[in-house]
Design a binder for this molecule. Sequence first.
Ligand SMILES: [Zn+2]
Length: 466
Amino acid sequence: MDYNTEAINLMAQQLAEMFKSAVMSQQESAVGNPTIAQIEADMREALRQIGNQALGLFLSSMQTTPEKEIACSCGGTLHYQRMRTARVISVFGRTRYVRAYYAGCDCKEGKAPIDEQFGLEPGAVTAGLATLLALAGIEFSYDKSPKWLQTYLLFDISENTVRSETEQMGLLQEKREESLIQQSQDEQYLQERQRNPGGIAPRLYGSIDAAKVRIEPRSKKGEEKEAHEDWRDMKMLCWFETETVPPSQRTKRQQKKVIREQPALRAKNMQYFCDITKAETFGKLLWATGCTVNADLCSDLVFLGDGAVWIWNLVTQYYPNAKQIIDWYHAEEHLEIVATAAFPDLIQRTTWLEEATQTLWDGQVEDVIAVCQALALTCVQASQAVIYFTNNMERMRYNRFRAAGYMIGSGTIESGCKQVVSQRLKLPGAQWLVSGAVHTAKARAVWLSEQWHVLCAQRSALPLVT
Ligand SMILES: [Zn+2]
């Protein structure tokens, strides 16, 4: 849309004049000089009111002379009734406009063509405001959002409105995922993709993890509210690529890593997905989203995760050729647990741990198993570690992984879990039913994946709710 700069200049001059005379009369009445903060606050409020009126006038002006009759979506005929006032909640507040209203069809439906043209639903939030409310909703708990929004928007929005607009964005993402899943099970699509795959990353990573979310006990009508709360796994998936961190940008931790012969890598192009669902269903999401990044066609696909069996089962099922790497820090932690349990003496403990860690770092998993085995008779943690290292032996050849330049830490997915679950779903004041938790998390995952604009476009294209 092009604006007329001259017209804007003229309006700005008028506003400036208005403020100047207000300040002058304030000075004359000896109230004193307003601060710049006061001027800014007043000018924002004036601009909001101007915007609100302008939007209403604009919408009303788009109404041409009403036709006597128009077609109804049922195939019947609607008759012009009268000009009718409607209100929507826009980025400027409660905006009022007037448009022609039609009714009188046999199907009993009525409609206003202007509402349809602009995707407006009387009484509801406009698409422009909806995406701002949802942005607050993925960042703050719903009970805190209204206060924060009031400061920015200069008008009141209810907690429920923020909640429903945020969940609406998550619902849109859920629909996107459902259609990806459907597409990824279509033979024709898969064949076409193989002929014409588009970009394939030279090396692609997938990482899967889960974090606990507390779900409020749902009380059905007539039933006693169950006293116990319910913890559910929010499963999370991230696709990403890596790049080498330039020496000047390396953190202390990364500098240390380089000294330990590990390349300083960082994740880029992260795409996060999440759901509270069975592993089997999550597998479909893994496959469907993998298709969008050509994971199955990538010749160097790497999966990073902790030792959870369901994760490696899914990876093996959908990407049998992918390299599987156990997150280094999880593996190392198992040695720490053994050391703490087996050696009360600090020097013995430190010596054992340093040697075992170095052996693991060198990928000599058989030797790690042997030193744990030696402690297994008297230490239950050591015999558990034997099982863990034996089951994951080939996923811990850290010498080879390092030589090939692979990332060996699953920090990318853990950061995703933290940002979605700890930093939003676990905020004080947050209470969840499964659907609310899932939709809020999905919306937040889209924001973290820098795909928010895609949802915004879909939100503004939403058909009217009738
Ligand atoms: Zn009709």
